[in-house]
Design a protein around this ligand. Structure first.
Ligand SMILES: Nc1ncnc2c1ncn2[C@@H]1O[C@H](COP(=O)(O)OP(=O)(O)O)[C@@H](O)[C@H]1O
Ligand SMILES: [Mg+2]
Length: 484
């Protein structure tokens, strides 16, 4: 029999291949924050700074920190893979995140940590690893430690992770990156930010600005439907499945709607939200259990599992991919039809509500019609105002005008309206005019319809109240001049 030799990978090749496993700036920083949370931090500050002409990113926490031995261990690839004693609140997994997240964004990593009053610090530089083909680590002495940028931000106990040689950061896009990061963190750590996960609110700041918690289930609204949680047992631990159906957008204020829609576009973010130890891993997909659609866009399902069940979830290094366990998938297929139906019912109900507001069809301007299994929209040809205009025109002009109306109806841009409306219903302006212009038009209308054609006041009111901008405007209607 031959003999065994140790056969480690080449440092230069492995470190450079590690850079492209698909992190973005926000997922990379979230991975550092996972470490801060596992180290029981109550606050995490993210800094984007330019120091002596050099761009740096730093993440500082007030967690338990590390001593020299733990810090050296932390800098190893796969530092804790054999460690089976992880607490069930630990967000770490492979012992890779600190390194893989860092090198996806930059070429130089310094970590300084304070524990029991003592600061220890190390630096790893990919250029040096490239040159020497060795996993070299610089252990800093006191004088070097004192010169580490932002060291004064390090609390009595905690850790500073510093990224330098940011070769992948586009200096022109920094503010856009910061905005994306803020959205990402507010969602991924929402259960830490609101205190649900640990009983104490985690504080995250980016350049001094507090990251607000974003609840993807809009739980603070009464109109949100909460379903009773269901449980699936896997390997002696439980997976919790909790469905929610968000309120129709009209139940939110305009600013709430735009906040939710901007950060969590309703259509793209329907689906299953998978949490590991209360940290959001995946969202915005039905994970092949259903298809995304306009009418199911208010449905969300929260799925919670703990790291004890990691072996059953197949999680990737970036903690952004997983596979649903077959028993969870079965349970979801059972409860999904009811949840999706609740979302579609909200839209169907809105459709009925519009019909109920305008019971008198003779006063609506547009009509929804159905023929040969198809739906189309047409002008209400019996509308009193249209009738009035038609009688005022002579034969040729009347035909010309009717032809024009037919063309308007045929060219109604249904697809365009639908796509604008589904991406942001509040962005559609329905032609509301200033009060004085409206009042002038109302006076003219009153004259034509009531005085000249003998329409009664109540009929007139029900006709004009459905015009956008006039419902609830009794103040304006009371100013109509009723003199002939
Ligand atoms: N901010 C931090 N505070 C304390 N310890 C840390 C911090 N960041 C990293 N560590 C230590 O470094 C180890 C390796 O981190 P990492 O490479 O992210 O892998 P993992 O989180 O999967 O263990 C962690 O398990 C932890 O012991
Ligand atoms: Mg980690």
């Amino acid at each position: 029999m031959g003999h065994k030799i140790e056969h480690p990978p080449g440092a230069a090749a492995l470190s450079s291949s590690m850079r492209d496993i698909g992190y973005s700036l926000d997922t990379a920083i979230a991975d550092l924050i996972d470490n801060s949370i596992s180290a029981c931090a109550g606050m995490v500050d993210v800094h984007f700074r330019e120091i002596n002409g050099e761009n740096i990113i730093a993440v500082v926490d007030d967690g338990i920190g590390m001593d020299e031995a733990s810090l050296q261990q932390a800098m190893r690839l796969g530092s804790s893979v054999k460690d089976n004693r992880r607490r069930s609140s630990d967000l770490g997994k492979f012992g890779l995140g600190l390194k893989t997240a860092t090198y996806s964004q930059c070429r130089m990593l310094t970590v300084a940590s304070r524990q029991d009053g003592k600061i220890v610090a190390v630096t790893q530089d990919l250029d040096e690893i490239d040159r020497t083909d060795k996993w070299l680590l610089t252990l800093h002495n006191g004088m070097e430690i004192a010169k580490i940028p932002l060291l004064d931000c390090l609390p009595k106990s905690g850790t500073l992770v510093l990224w330098r040689k940011l070769d992948r950061l586009d200096a022109k896009a920094v503010s856009a990156e910061i905005a994306a990061l803020e959205h990402h963190l507010s969602l991924v750590f929402h259960r830490f930010l609101d205190g649900e996960a640990t009983g104490k609110k985690l504080e995250i700041k980016i350049n001094g600005k507090q990251v607000e918690c974003f609840d993807p289930f809009c739980r603070k609204y009464q109109a949100t439907q909460h379903f009773a949680p269901e449980y699936v047992a896997i390997a002696g631990a439980r997976v919790k499945i909790t469905p929610f159906v968000l309120p129709h957008y009209t139940k939110l204020t305009k600013s709430e709607y735009s906040f939710y829609n901007k950060i969590s576009n309703f259509y793209d973010n329907q689906g299953i939200y998978v949490y590991r130890n209360k940290r959001l891993l995946i969202w915005g997909t039905w994970l092949s259990t259903a298809s995304r659609s306009e009418i199911t866009k208010l449905a969300r399902i929260q799925v919670d599992f703990s790291s004890d069940q990691d072996d059953y979830w197949v999680i990737d290094i970036k903690k952004s991919k997983t596979r649903l366990h077959v028993d969870v998938r079965k349970q979801l297929s059972r409860l999904l039809p009811g949840v999706l139906e609740s979302s579609s019912r909200i839209f169907k109900r809105r459709g009925q509500a519009i019909a109920e507001v305008n019971p008198d069809k003779s006063h609506t301007i547009w009509e929804r019609r159905a023929a040969s299994g198809k739906v189309f929209f047409d002008l209400n040809r019996n509308h009193p105002l249209l009738q009035k205009v038609l009688t005022a025109l002579d034969g040729t002009d009347r035909q010309l005008f009717k032809n024009y109306l037919d063309a308007v109806v045929r060219q109604l841009p249904v697809n365009l309206i639908y796509s604008e409306f589904s991406s942001d219903p509040n962005s559609i302006e329905t032609g509301v005019e200033p009060d004085d212009v409206l009042l002038n038009k109302l006076n003219e209308l009153y004259h034509a319809v009531c005085i000249e054609s003998g329409c009664g006041w109540n009929d007139f009111l029900s006709m004009v109240k459905i015009i956008p901008g006039l419902s609830g405007r009794d103040d304006l209607l009371s100013k109509i001049s009723k003199e002939a």
